[in-house]
Design a protein around this ligand. Structure first.
Ligand code: ADP
Ligand code: MG
Length: 496
């Protein structure tokens, strides 16, 4: 066995509740797998898939296997200690939500780290408790029971991972960031009430509002800060009716000083919940309490939400977060790689920043993918590896993509001769096809700009760079070119 078990013991038993156990499974380790566990885990996987970037899913969740299931406890096998820690650290909330959704209340999770003992041909498992970070938390605690109105055990639902100090601001999120800081410094006392932060997925909305909450709890420990998603709010409301506890529910919400509701777009179509939230909102607002909301679109564009609510959402400030621009993407990658203790060369950072553009979550996904390859597969951190992670620079049969292959693809698409593409012709169509080839070659092959240029009538590296920029611009301004590039990307990408 490659690790000392006492080492695990310490980390694994934060409250001494769950011990570490070493199992030696016989070679037929299938005997301890049961089909129920496989079935449950595959349901979990489809839920997880909808909630993480494709890259993250592939690297961190696909390799996990189900081992056992009994008494609402699912046991999963993970390939290494690093894996286990990473999932506990980064996907705690997701794992917790997933098993609760698929298994129900009282569900629990165990991991087994698998070691292959090459001498005895046996598999060794080290058992680790899942969801250990908050093991002491009472998961059945109903937040709006009168007992929790006491500040000392007030459940904020905040995750201390999200702070202002690890939120990187740039042009695309400047307004939301500044407003968030202002509100965090003076909750209920600025004009930004309510503060609504809106924008597409993975752009930092949850991070920002959680950062506000964490800042307030640190600086104003007297204040009752409560974070909740609109779905959780709906559930609490429905449960309070079911359990005949609606007045506890109402009292609980009235006692809050700072209320944060994430993803209010999911209030759509839920009339009774909206009506209740309307009254909660009014009560808090009139008492000068701070309300902070997030939404995937501007409040005025929310469908199936009561106009009375929408107009209230617009009383304060509606600040949007947009996709990060190039500079912000660079800054985020630099900072996150430092935080993870991984040194990236400037060409790797620039490559990722140029090619992963839609959201910060996707950026994180790419970075995590790289870290996984470097740490798990023990590969050196190179530009080639970055290309592999971002685009999968290998074809389906695992052969690297060649410039000739790209030329074939593009010439066929545009019905042109390869000779023309390689020529000096400046005819628009031919130049466009040539620029497209260079653009794809830069993305999908590991060739240098100089080598790429040599494949197209010996052009120099600045011409290749210029071609890539031209296509980048077209992608934004010209739908036809964008569609063609999308098609090529799909064909060249390794799909698995
Ligand atoms: P949203 O709620 O808008 O879907 P999140 O707040 O969950 O997005 O952000 C997705 C991931 O990206 C989180 O891990 C978050 O910490 C990170 N993130 C987003 N924006 C930034 C930023 N500006 N600086 C640092 N991390 C960020
Ligand atoms: Mg969010």
């Amino acid at each position: 066995m490659s690790k000392n078990s006492t080492e695990f013991n310490e980390g694994a038993t934060p409250n001494g509740a769950i011990g570490t156990e070493i199992n030696i499974a016989s070679n037929g380790s299938n005997s301890i797998k049961n089909s129920k566990s496989i079935d449950i885990w595959s349901k979990c996987l489809s839920f997880i898939k909808d909630n993480v970037a494709a890259q993250v899913f592939k690297i961190w969740f696909q390799p996990i296997q189900a081992l056992e299931y009994s008494n609402k406890e699912l046991t999963l096998s993970v390939p290494s200690q690093f894996y286990y820690e990473w999932i506990e650290e980064h996907y705690y909330d997701l794992m917790r939500a997933t098993i609760k959704k698929i298994i129900g209340e009282g569900a629990s999770l165990q991991y087994k780290i698998v070691f292959d003992d090459s001498l005895s041909h046996e598999k060794t498992y080290i058992k680790m408790p899942g969801l250990k970070k908050k093991a002491s938390e009472n998961q059945n605690h109903i937040p709006f029971e009168p007992i929790s109105i006491n500040k000392d055990n007030f459940p904020t639902n905040l995750n201390t991972r999200y702070g202002f100090d690890n939120f990187i601001s740039g042009e695309s999120n400047q307004l939301a960031y500044s407003a968030a800081k202002a509100v965090a410094d003076n909750p209920g006392k600025t004009r930004f009430n309510p503060l609504v932060i809106y924008g597409g997925p993975g752009l930092g909305k949850t991070h920002l509002i959680q950062a506000i909450g964490n800042h307030i709890t640190e600086n104003n420990p007297r204040l009752k800060v409560y974070y909740i998603t609109s779905d959780m709010f709906t559930n609490e409301f429905v449960n309070s009716i079911k359990d005949n506890k609606i007045s506890d529910f109402v009292n609980f919400y009235r006692s809050i000083d700072v209320l944060m509701v994430d993803d209010i777009q999911f209030f759509a179509g839920k009339e009774a919940t909206q009506n209740n939230f309307f009254h909660t909102f009014n009560t808090l607002y009139q008492a000068g309490k701070q309300i902070i909301l997030t939404s995937d679109k501007a409040p005025r564009e929310l469908a199936d939400v009561d106009d009375r609510l929408i107009s209230r959402f617009q009383w304060g400030l509606n600040a949007d977060v947009q996709s990060p621009d190039f500079e912000l993407r660079m800054a985020i990658l630099l900072r996150k790689s430092l935080d993870e203790g991984i040194e990236l060369t400037s060409d790797v950072i620039e490559y990722i920043a140029r090619n992963v553009k839609t959201s910060v979550r996707e950026l994180e996904g790419a970075l995590i993918g790289l870290i996984a390859k470097v740490t798990l597969d023990r590969k050196p951190m190179t530009l080639e590896l970055a290309k592999e992670v971002v685009y999968g620079s290998k074809t389906k049969n695992n052969q690297p993509i060649t410039i000739d292959e790209i030329k074939n693809l593009v010439s066929e698409y545009y019905k042109l001769n390869i000779k023309d593409i390689e020529s000096k012709s400046r005819k628009h169509e031919i130049a466009l096809a040539r620029q497209t080839c260079m653009y794809l070659a830069k993305k999908f092959t590991t060739s240098s700009l100089k080598t790429i240029g040599s494949h197209f009538g010996n052009r120099d590296h600045s011409t290749v760079l210029h071609s890539c920029q031209t296509i980048d611009n077209y992608i934004v301004t010209d739908k036809k070119v964008k569609n063609s590039i999308d098609t090529f990307m799909k064909q060249l990408k390794r799909e698995s």
